[in-house]
Design a protein around this ligand. Structure first.
Ligand code: SF4
Length: 302
């Protein structure tokens, strides 16, 4: 039998060098219309792992990657395992290695349920940063997409995290309002970013994998019946342009750090916003055929 640590299904690109520790398997929510990712990747059911199992993985990981100082917790919502397992894992890690940065995926609704006191305990256990699926700041879109969070909840949780000194990394999904609610999506998203000033905003574009398989993205159903009209490639670039133009010069790193994005601008909003807007305008100023060729070249992958 091969004794090896369990692997995560996905991780943020920025964690490619980190020790990847699996606390939970799959997603405990699994209802977002635009997702269905974990079932599609062979993890249809959620479960939480036990602390001894996780500690055993940490022993293996630290043996295999001596000198690793950054750690990332997955799968979708490791805090769903409960405070005891999450903080027990964090503390065990600190006994084993000199952790410089500990980050985790987290659902905003789970953090909201945990409350401010527990968030302070997470910081004490050494959690430095959470990767949060903001997706959109618009209540109508969040509800339609069954995200299970409201803009008010996001603001409350962001304030608790800031008070605890835990960095926030939001994911925003371009195209999540489809063609019809595009402007509404971006305006509300800008509002929430402006009011919460996260350390990072990372853009993704809505990409609906596999419209034929049994385990395809649930949103295909609304597309087939016509209640959701997909955003175009250029529409997502215009969304980047509108979002950037609405964002204040925040101390926030703005990044399009995924290969699916039709434009890849990045920089600190307070220093680089105008330069990023220029890059978007340069793409949009290209002749139509050239822009279309560019959009065709961009791949689609998870
Ligand atoms: S977007 Fe996140 S919370 Fe929603 S189903 Fe997918 S993994 Fe779960």
């Amino acid at each position: 039998m091969i004794d090896r640590p369990e692997s995560l299904i996905i991780r943020p690109p920025s964690e490619w060098k980190s020790l990847l520790v699996r606390i939970t398997r799959g997603c405990n929510w699994n209802r977002c219309r635009f997702c269905g990712l974990y079932p599609a990747m062979g993890q249809p059911h959620y479960s939480s792992r036990s602390l001894p199992e996780i500690k055993h993985d940490i022993d293996l990981l630290t043996e295999r990657h001596p000198g690793g100082t950054n750690v990332f917790f997955g799968d979708a919502d490791p805090l769903a395992a409960g405070m005891e397992i999450f903080t027990g894992t964090a503390l065990y890690l600190r006994e084993k290695i000199a952790v410089e940065r500990l980050t985790s995926y987290a659902r905003i609704s789970t953090l909201h349920k945990l409350g401010s006191e527990n968030i302070l305990l997470l910081a004490e256990a050494g959690l430095n940063r959470v990767h949060l699926g903001l997706e959109s700041g618009d209540p109508e879109i969040l509800q339609f997409q069954r995200k299970g969070q409201s803009p008010e909840m996001v603001v409350i949780v962001a304030n608790w995290l800031k008070k605890a000194g835990i960095e926030i990394s939001y994911y925003v999904l371009l195209g999540l309002g489809g063609k019809n609610l595009s402007e509404q999506h971006i305006r509300a998203t800008a509002e929430i970013i402006n009011s919460t000033e996260p350390e990072f905003v990372r853009l993704r574009r809505l990409w609906l994998y596999d419209n034929n398989l049994e385990k395809s993205c649930p949103l295909w159903e609304q597309i087939r019946e016509g209640s959701f009209i997909e955003q175009t490639a250029e529409g997502t670039v215009l969304e980047v342009q509108l979002l950037l133009s609405l964002l204040r010069p925040l101390n926030t790193f703005f990044a399009c750090d995924h290969a699916n994005n039709y434009i890849n601008v990045s920089g600190l909003l307070k220093d680089d916003k105008e330069e990023m807007l220029r890059e978007v305008a340069d793409l949009l100023a290209l002749p139509r055929k050239q822009r279309e060729a560019h959009y065709r070249m961009v791949g689609s992958r998870i």
